[in-house]
Design a protein around this ligand. Structure first.
Ligand code: FES
Length: 165
């Protein structure tokens, strides 16, 4: 993905790519690969464009995207938060940690936040059961979490990102 190119530029490049293919679904996977390469994911505008130009129903395109898990409808995030939902963490309140995160970030699991900073994923045991409940932000492990601690961690990341900008 090229961050410097605008969304409009990427859509133009995608249109050029689509025009190299004949109408119908035969080359759909190839076009979707190109789309993901350009945007880093498959945005709604791209699906509309592909549907119109290749004359393929949107439902068919969604079917293909959701069938292959290397395609994603969510933009990439700067940080990935893995919340452990393994047994040890679960009995220590992992569900409360997950709810606090979803509320704080205003997203559901596997969705990227508006600002592109975070995505939450559920995970099996992260191998730090003694610290339950546990989450990881990228490669960093955070244990003995509480809802307040989660909000504090997110605040720190946001502050760091604000400084970096
Ligand atoms: S169950 Fe959560 S780290 Fe093991």
């Amino acid at each position: 993905m090229n961050d410097k190119r605008s969304r409009e530029d990427n859509l133009k490049l995608l249109l050029e790519e689509i025009k190299k293919h004949k109408k119908g679904q035969d080359d759909l996977i190839e076009v979707l690969h190109k789309t993901q390469e350009l945007f880093g994911y498959i945005p709604q505008e791209a699906i509309s464009l592909i549907s119109k130009e290749l004359e393929v129903y949107r439902s068919v395109i969604y079917g293909v995207i959701t069938f292959y898990h290397f395609f994603t409808l969510q933009p990439p995030s700067r940080h990935t938060i893995k919340v452990c939902l393994g047994t040890a963490c679960y009995v220590k309140g992992a569900d409360r940690i997950l709810s606090a995160l979803k509320k704080e970030l205003e997203v559901e699991v596997e969705q990227t936040t508006e600002d592109g900073l975070f995505k939450i994923q559920g995970a099996r045991c992260l191998g730090a059961c003694g610290l339950a409940p546990v989450m990881m932000v990228d490669e960093e492990v955070y244990g003995k979490l509480t809802e307040d601690k989660v909000r504090e961690i997110i605040k720190e990341y946001r502050e760091t990102e604000a400084v970096v900008k």
